[in-house]
Ligand binder design. Structure first.
Ligand code: HRO
Length: 311
Protein backbone atom coordinates (compact mmCIF):
# COMPACT_ATOMS: atom_id res chain seq x y z
CA UNK A 1 0.00 0.00 0.00
CA UNK A 2 1.44 3.32 -1.00
CA UNK A 3 0.42 6.81 0.08
CA UNK A 4 -1.84 7.37 -2.95
CA UNK A 5 -3.46 3.95 -3.24
CA UNK A 6 -7.25 3.81 -3.43
CA UNK A 7 -10.02 1.25 -3.74
CA UNK A 8 -13.38 1.16 -5.51
CA UNK A 9 -15.68 -1.88 -5.33
CA UNK A 10 -12.85 -3.79 -3.67
CA UNK A 11 -10.54 -3.14 -6.62
CA UNK A 12 -7.11 -1.61 -6.00
CA UNK A 13 -6.04 1.62 -7.71
CA UNK A 14 -2.43 2.88 -7.57
CA UNK A 15 -3.74 6.44 -7.20
CA UNK A 16 -7.18 8.11 -7.13
CA UNK A 17 -6.93 9.91 -10.48
CA UNK A 18 -8.66 9.20 -13.77
CA UNK A 19 -10.16 11.10 -16.68
CA UNK A 20 -13.74 12.36 -16.61
CA UNK A 21 -15.71 10.41 -19.17
CA UNK A 22 -15.80 12.34 -22.44
CA UNK A 23 -12.27 13.68 -22.22
CA UNK A 24 -9.50 11.85 -24.10
CA UNK A 25 -11.41 8.58 -24.27
CA UNK A 26 -13.39 8.35 -27.51
CA UNK A 27 -10.81 6.37 -29.47
CA UNK A 28 -8.56 3.42 -28.61
CA UNK A 29 -5.49 5.59 -29.20
CA UNK A 30 -6.65 8.08 -26.56
CA UNK A 31 -7.58 5.32 -24.10
CA UNK A 32 -4.15 3.76 -24.63
CA UNK A 33 -2.53 7.13 -23.84
CA UNK A 34 -4.46 7.28 -20.57
CA UNK A 35 -3.45 3.70 -19.80
CA UNK A 36 0.19 4.72 -20.38
CA UNK A 37 -0.14 7.89 -18.26
CA UNK A 38 0.23 8.33 -14.49
CA UNK A 39 -3.56 8.10 -14.04
CA UNK A 40 -4.66 5.36 -11.62
CA UNK A 41 -7.43 4.26 -13.98
CA UNK A 42 -9.43 5.39 -16.99
CA UNK A 43 -13.03 5.56 -18.16
CA UNK A 44 -14.37 5.23 -21.68
CA UNK A 45 -16.50 7.83 -23.49
CA UNK A 46 -20.18 7.45 -22.67
CA UNK A 47 -21.56 5.15 -25.33
CA UNK A 48 -24.84 4.53 -27.11
CA UNK A 49 -26.05 1.41 -28.95
CA UNK A 50 -25.10 2.89 -32.31
CA UNK A 51 -22.09 5.08 -33.09
CA UNK A 52 -22.82 8.83 -33.17
CA UNK A 53 -21.00 11.75 -34.78
CA UNK A 54 -22.47 14.10 -32.17
CA UNK A 55 -23.44 17.74 -32.56
CA UNK A 56 -22.05 20.18 -35.17
CA UNK A 57 -18.73 21.96 -34.45
CA UNK A 58 -17.54 24.12 -32.81
CA UNK A 59 -18.88 22.19 -29.81
CA UNK A 60 -16.16 22.73 -27.14
CA UNK A 61 -14.71 26.07 -26.12
CA UNK A 62 -12.25 26.90 -23.33
CA UNK A 63 -12.26 30.19 -21.41
CA UNK A 64 -9.90 31.44 -18.67
CA UNK A 65 -12.31 29.97 -16.09
CA UNK A 66 -13.11 26.61 -17.66
CA UNK A 67 -14.98 25.20 -20.62
CA UNK A 68 -18.36 24.88 -22.26
CA UNK A 69 -19.32 21.87 -24.38
CA UNK A 70 -22.21 20.48 -26.31
CA UNK A 71 -20.57 17.44 -27.88
CA UNK A 72 -23.84 15.52 -28.22
CA UNK A 73 -22.50 12.10 -27.24
CA UNK A 74 -20.09 11.50 -30.12
CA UNK A 75 -18.95 7.90 -29.64
CA UNK A 76 -18.00 4.80 -31.56
CA UNK A 77 -20.91 2.68 -30.31
CA UNK A 78 -20.82 0.34 -27.32
CA UNK A 79 -19.39 -2.62 -29.22
CA UNK A 80 -16.19 -0.65 -29.89
CA UNK A 81 -15.65 0.05 -26.18
CA UNK A 82 -16.63 -3.52 -25.32
CA UNK A 83 -13.95 -4.78 -27.73
CA UNK A 84 -11.51 -2.45 -25.96
CA UNK A 85 -12.60 -3.75 -22.55
CA UNK A 86 -12.19 -7.37 -23.70
CA UNK A 87 -8.67 -6.77 -25.02
CA UNK A 88 -7.60 -4.55 -22.12
CA UNK A 89 -4.62 -5.65 -19.99
CA UNK A 90 -6.15 -5.62 -16.49
CA UNK A 91 -3.07 -7.38 -15.12
CA UNK A 92 -1.10 -4.18 -15.73
CA UNK A 93 -2.89 -2.85 -12.65
CA UNK A 94 -5.06 -0.02 -13.99
CA UNK A 95 -8.77 -0.73 -13.58
CA UNK A 96 -11.03 0.23 -16.49
CA UNK A 97 -14.39 1.97 -16.08
CA UNK A 98 -17.02 1.66 -18.81
CA UNK A 99 -19.38 4.61 -19.26
CA UNK A 100 -22.85 3.86 -20.64
CA UNK A 101 -25.35 6.53 -21.74
CA UNK A 102 -28.19 4.96 -23.66
CA UNK A 103 -30.83 7.19 -25.22
CA UNK A 104 -33.55 5.10 -23.55
CA UNK A 105 -33.99 2.58 -20.73
CA UNK A 106 -34.20 -0.20 -23.32
CA UNK A 107 -30.91 0.90 -24.92
CA UNK A 108 -29.19 0.82 -21.53
CA UNK A 109 -30.50 -2.69 -20.85
CA UNK A 110 -29.32 -3.85 -24.29
CA UNK A 111 -25.80 -2.52 -23.72
CA UNK A 112 -25.58 -3.73 -20.13
CA UNK A 113 -26.67 -7.24 -21.15
CA UNK A 114 -23.81 -7.39 -23.66
CA UNK A 115 -21.34 -5.95 -21.14
CA UNK A 116 -22.44 -8.50 -18.56
CA UNK A 117 -22.18 -11.36 -21.05
CA UNK A 118 -18.60 -10.34 -21.88
CA UNK A 119 -17.72 -10.78 -18.18
CA UNK A 120 -14.71 -8.45 -18.22
CA UNK A 121 -13.47 -6.81 -14.98
CA UNK A 122 -14.53 -3.37 -16.33
CA UNK A 123 -16.68 -1.36 -13.89
CA UNK A 124 -19.84 0.27 -15.28
CA UNK A 125 -20.52 3.98 -14.74
CA UNK A 126 -24.09 4.64 -15.91
CA UNK A 127 -24.41 8.23 -17.13
CA UNK A 128 -27.74 9.66 -15.92
CA UNK A 129 -26.78 13.24 -16.68
CA UNK A 130 -25.86 14.01 -20.29
CA UNK A 131 -27.06 17.59 -20.81
CA UNK A 132 -26.45 17.90 -24.54
CA UNK A 133 -28.67 15.66 -26.62
CA UNK A 134 -31.38 17.89 -28.10
CA UNK A 135 -34.83 16.72 -26.98
CA UNK A 136 -33.45 14.35 -24.31
CA UNK A 137 -33.70 15.79 -20.78
CA UNK A 138 -31.22 14.60 -18.16
CA UNK A 139 -32.63 11.46 -16.51
CA UNK A 140 -31.37 12.40 -13.06
CA UNK A 141 -33.43 15.62 -13.16
CA UNK A 142 -36.57 13.46 -13.55
CA UNK A 143 -36.68 11.51 -10.30
CA UNK A 144 -39.43 9.12 -11.42
CA UNK A 145 -37.48 8.25 -14.58
CA UNK A 146 -34.27 7.82 -12.56
CA UNK A 147 -36.07 5.47 -10.15
CA UNK A 148 -37.42 3.38 -13.05
CA UNK A 149 -33.97 3.26 -14.65
CA UNK A 150 -32.22 2.11 -11.48
CA UNK A 151 -34.94 -0.45 -10.75
CA UNK A 152 -34.69 -1.96 -14.24
CA UNK A 153 -30.88 -1.91 -14.33
CA UNK A 154 -30.62 -3.42 -10.85
CA UNK A 155 -32.94 -6.28 -11.85
CA UNK A 156 -31.46 -6.94 -15.29
CA UNK A 157 -27.74 -6.20 -14.89
CA UNK A 158 -27.71 -7.45 -11.28
CA UNK A 159 -24.04 -6.52 -10.71
CA UNK A 160 -22.60 -3.56 -8.77
CA UNK A 161 -22.36 -0.38 -10.85
CA UNK A 162 -21.99 3.38 -10.48
CA UNK A 163 -24.03 6.37 -11.59
CA UNK A 164 -22.81 9.67 -13.04
CA UNK A 165 -24.94 12.41 -11.54
CA UNK A 166 -25.66 15.98 -12.57
CA UNK A 167 -25.18 18.75 -10.03
CA UNK A 168 -28.10 19.57 -7.74
CA UNK A 169 -28.57 22.98 -6.18
CA UNK A 170 -31.14 22.50 -3.46
CA UNK A 171 -31.04 20.49 -0.22
CA UNK A 172 -34.46 18.99 -1.01
CA UNK A 173 -33.05 17.65 -4.28
CA UNK A 174 -29.97 16.17 -2.55
CA UNK A 175 -32.35 14.44 -0.13
CA UNK A 176 -34.66 13.11 -2.84
CA UNK A 177 -31.90 11.93 -5.19
CA UNK A 178 -29.99 10.23 -2.37
CA UNK A 179 -33.14 8.50 -1.11
CA UNK A 180 -33.68 7.01 -4.57
CA UNK A 181 -30.03 5.92 -4.90
CA UNK A 182 -30.19 4.33 -1.45
CA UNK A 183 -33.09 2.09 -2.58
CA UNK A 184 -30.60 0.29 -4.84
CA UNK A 185 -27.73 -1.50 -3.09
CA UNK A 186 -26.18 -2.41 -6.46
CA UNK A 187 -25.54 1.31 -7.01
CA UNK A 188 -22.12 0.96 -5.43
CA UNK A 189 -20.70 4.35 -6.31
CA UNK A 190 -21.94 7.81 -7.22
CA UNK A 191 -19.91 10.11 -9.47
CA UNK A 192 -20.54 13.81 -8.75
CA UNK A 193 -20.70 15.86 -10.95
CA UNK A 194 -21.30 15.99 -14.68
CA UNK A 195 -20.98 19.45 -16.23
CA UNK A 196 -23.42 22.15 -15.09
CA UNK A 197 -25.84 21.93 -17.96
CA UNK A 198 -27.21 24.54 -20.31
CA UNK A 199 -24.98 27.47 -19.49
CA UNK A 200 -24.18 30.22 -22.00
CA UNK A 201 -20.75 31.73 -22.75
CA UNK A 202 -20.76 34.99 -24.74
CA UNK A 203 -17.88 36.56 -26.69
CA UNK A 204 -18.40 40.33 -26.50
CA UNK A 205 -15.99 41.07 -29.39
CA UNK A 206 -18.06 39.06 -31.85
CA UNK A 207 -21.26 39.53 -29.81
CA UNK A 208 -21.81 35.83 -30.34
CA UNK A 209 -22.15 32.51 -28.62
CA UNK A 210 -18.96 30.37 -28.76
CA UNK A 211 -20.35 26.92 -29.63
CA UNK A 212 -22.75 26.04 -32.44
CA UNK A 213 -25.23 23.48 -31.03
CA UNK A 214 -28.37 24.54 -29.14
CA UNK A 215 -27.88 28.25 -29.87
CA UNK A 216 -24.70 28.23 -27.76
CA UNK A 217 -26.08 26.49 -24.68
CA UNK A 218 -23.82 23.81 -23.19
CA UNK A 219 -22.41 22.19 -20.08
CA UNK A 220 -19.69 24.05 -18.20
CA UNK A 221 -16.70 22.61 -16.38
CA UNK A 222 -13.44 23.81 -14.87
CA UNK A 223 -13.06 26.60 -12.29
CA UNK A 224 -16.71 27.58 -12.78
CA UNK A 225 -17.88 24.32 -11.15
CA UNK A 226 -15.42 23.39 -8.35
CA UNK A 227 -17.53 24.58 -5.36
CA UNK A 228 -20.69 23.04 -6.85
CA UNK A 229 -18.82 19.76 -7.40
CA UNK A 230 -17.47 19.74 -3.83
CA UNK A 231 -20.95 20.39 -2.43
CA UNK A 232 -22.42 17.51 -4.42
CA UNK A 233 -19.60 15.12 -3.45
CA UNK A 234 -20.08 15.99 0.22
CA UNK A 235 -23.88 15.94 0.05
CA UNK A 236 -23.94 12.40 -1.37
CA UNK A 237 -21.06 11.24 0.85
CA UNK A 238 -23.12 12.24 3.89
CA UNK A 239 -26.38 10.78 2.59
CA UNK A 240 -25.13 7.52 1.04
CA UNK A 241 -22.90 5.91 3.70
CA UNK A 242 -23.06 2.48 2.02
CA UNK A 243 -21.81 3.86 -1.31
CA UNK A 244 -18.52 5.28 -2.53
CA UNK A 245 -18.23 8.67 -4.20
CA UNK A 246 -16.14 9.63 -7.22
CA UNK A 247 -15.42 13.35 -7.33
CA UNK A 248 -15.46 15.19 -10.64
CA UNK A 249 -15.44 18.90 -11.31
CA UNK A 250 -12.97 21.74 -11.35
CA UNK A 251 -9.81 19.74 -10.66
CA UNK A 252 -6.62 21.26 -12.04
CA UNK A 253 -4.21 21.07 -9.07
CA UNK A 254 -3.27 18.56 -6.39
CA UNK A 255 -4.95 20.87 -3.90
CA UNK A 256 -8.23 20.50 -5.78
CA UNK A 257 -7.84 16.69 -5.60
CA UNK A 258 -7.24 17.03 -1.84
CA UNK A 259 -10.46 19.10 -1.53
CA UNK A 260 -12.48 16.37 -3.28
CA UNK A 261 -10.95 13.75 -0.95
CA UNK A 262 -11.83 15.82 2.13
CA UNK A 263 -15.38 16.17 0.82
CA UNK A 264 -15.64 12.38 0.62
CA UNK A 265 -14.34 11.21 -2.76
CA UNK A 266 -12.65 7.83 -3.09
CA UNK A 267 -11.46 8.58 -6.65
CA UNK A 268 -11.19 11.89 -8.49
CA UNK A 269 -11.81 12.55 -12.20
CA UNK A 270 -10.26 15.28 -14.31
CA UNK A 271 -12.15 16.81 -17.24
CA UNK A 272 -11.48 20.30 -18.55
CA UNK A 273 -7.91 20.46 -17.20
CA UNK A 274 -7.09 17.14 -18.90
CA UNK A 275 -8.56 18.44 -22.15
CA UNK A 276 -6.37 21.55 -21.93
CA UNK A 277 -3.15 20.00 -20.57
CA UNK A 278 -3.22 16.43 -21.91
CA UNK A 279 -2.50 13.15 -20.08
CA UNK A 280 0.78 14.50 -18.67
CA UNK A 281 -1.40 16.30 -16.11
CA UNK A 282 -1.67 13.11 -14.05
CA UNK A 283 2.05 13.13 -13.22
CA UNK A 284 1.75 16.72 -11.97
CA UNK A 285 -1.44 16.12 -9.97
CA UNK A 286 0.00 13.03 -8.25
CA UNK A 287 3.16 14.96 -7.34
CA UNK A 288 1.21 17.96 -6.01
CA UNK A 289 -1.14 15.72 -4.01
CA UNK A 290 1.83 13.79 -2.56
CA UNK A 291 3.47 17.04 -1.46
CA UNK A 292 0.31 18.16 0.37
CA UNK A 293 -0.23 14.78 2.05
CA UNK A 294 3.40 14.57 3.20
CA UNK A 295 3.42 18.15 4.50
CA UNK A 296 0.33 17.36 6.57
CA UNK A 297 1.72 14.03 7.77
CA UNK A 298 -0.93 11.79 6.22
CA UNK A 299 -0.01 8.14 5.57
CA UNK A 300 -2.98 7.15 3.40
CA UNK A 301 -6.01 8.54 1.57
CA UNK A 302 -8.24 6.73 4.09
CA UNK A 303 -7.12 9.27 6.70
CA UNK A 304 -8.31 12.15 4.50
CA UNK A 305 -11.51 10.89 2.88
CA UNK A 306 -14.60 12.64 4.19
CA UNK A 307 -12.66 14.28 7.05
CA UNK A 308 -13.91 17.74 6.12
CA UNK A 309 -14.43 19.81 9.29
CA UNK A 310 -17.44 22.00 9.86
CA UNK A 311 -17.58 25.13 12.02
O1 HRO B 1 -21.24 14.22 -25.12
C1 HRO B 1 -21.61 15.22 -24.45
O2 HRO B 1 -22.07 16.24 -24.98
C2 HRO B 1 -21.53 15.22 -22.99
C3 HRO B 1 -21.95 14.19 -22.20
CL1 HRO B 1 -22.51 12.71 -22.82
C4 HRO B 1 -21.94 14.34 -20.79
O3 HRO B 1 -22.34 13.45 -20.01
N1 HRO B 1 -21.49 15.51 -20.28
C5 HRO B 1 -21.06 16.51 -21.07
O4 HRO B 1 -20.66 17.57 -20.54
N2 HRO B 1 -21.08 16.36 -22.43
Amino acid sequence: MSLLSATLLGTHFANPLLNASGVHCRFNTELDELAASAAGSLVTKSCTVLARDGNPEPRYFATPLGSINSMGLPNAGYQYYLDYAKAYDYAAGKPLLFSVAGLSLEDNLTMLAAIKAAATPAIVELNLSCPNVPGKPQIAYDFAAMDRMLDAVSRDYALPFGVKMPPYFDIAHFDEAAAILNKYPLVAFVTCINSIGNALVIDTETESVVIKPKDGFGGIGGDYVLPTALANVNAFYRRCPAKQIIGCGGVKTGEHVFMHLLAGASLVQVGTALYEEGPGIFTRLNAELTTILQRKGYQSLDEVRGKLRTL
